[in-house]
Design a protein around this ligand. Structure first.
Ligand code: HMH
Ligand code: TZE
Length: 235
């Protein structure tokens, strides 16, 4: 292999890979903002039964997302990346310990009780999608699979906060502030940077696979709101 082989960078006007991925499912992103669950979460009219369902499912989801970040540490030898993935492991657990358990207390549920409920069907399908890629996929595939999680939540958080600035007594204020925070923005920004950095080294087939993965995760993100709106049950 020759070190004179540089990645293709001549076409500077071409959008970054992360932008191309998002562009590939633009209407689905827009539809998330308009989903009745998301709208009601933002304006505070979401029934607490739906929110409780959501937060309990999300606690289970975040356990699996934590594991996905942990697998990511095994797919790089770059110390800055290993450290960042380790930080994500810790921060995801902290979001759960803090935000989720505070809401759990409000519902009269202990952290132990929160993990005894079974995963609803969509959650049960989404999390193995992430973990399969985390275990058998490449690092760009893993980054792509988790990117919609970080990116969509930051966008939803900002969108809702901009649409209806939450009053101090808004029931879901803590949730909104968590995901509309600059700290949370930086998760998505960092994942996009790392993915875009690797983009020039991917062939067409590898990139096509990333589009497929990104679309699947985005679809599951939409389905996750829908699951909580319908309080999805097993037959
Ligand atoms: C389902 C889901 N996706 C993304 C996030 C944020 O990472 C979350 N908490 N839950
Ligand atoms: C992606 C994600 N979701 C909740 S926490 C977290 C990453 C670390 O803050």
């Amino acid at each position: 292999m020759s070190f004179e082989t540089h990645p293709y960078t001549a076409d500077m006007a071409r959008p970054r890979l992360s932008e191309r991925l998002r562009e590939g499912c633009r209407s689905l992103w827009q539809r998330q903002m308009e989903h009745p669950f998301v709208v009601a979460l933002g304006n505070g009219t979401l029934p607490s039964a739906n929110f409780q369902f959501y937060i309990l499912q999300d606690a289970l989801f975040l356990d699996e997302l934590t594991k996905t970040f942990a697998y990511a540490t095994t797919k790089t030898t770059n110390h800055e990346e290993m450290e960042q993935f380790g930080t994500f492991v810790l921060n995801t657990l902290l979001v759960e310990a803090d935000l989720h358990h505070r809401y759990g207390e409000r519902f009269g549920l202990s952290p132990a009780e929160m993990t005894t409920i079974p995963m609803a069907p969509t959650n049960y399908a989404y999390t193995p999608h992430l973990l399969t890629i985390a275990t058998v996929g490449t690092l760009p595939e893993l980054l792509t699979a988790i990117l919609p999680c970080a990116w969509i939540y930051a966008e939803v958080g900002h969108h809702l906060l901009d649409t209806v600035p939450p009053a101090p007594d808004h029931p879901y204020r803590d949730w909104l502030l968590t995901y509309a925070s600059p700290d949370f923005d930086s998760v998505g920004t960092w994942i996009r940077e790392r993915l875009d950095q690797r983009a020039p080294f991917l062939n067409a087939q590898e990139e096509a696979r990333l589009h497929e993965i990104f679309l699947t995760s985005t679809r599951y993100e939409w389905l996750f709101w829908d699951m909580a709106w319908k309080m999805e049950e097993w037959p």
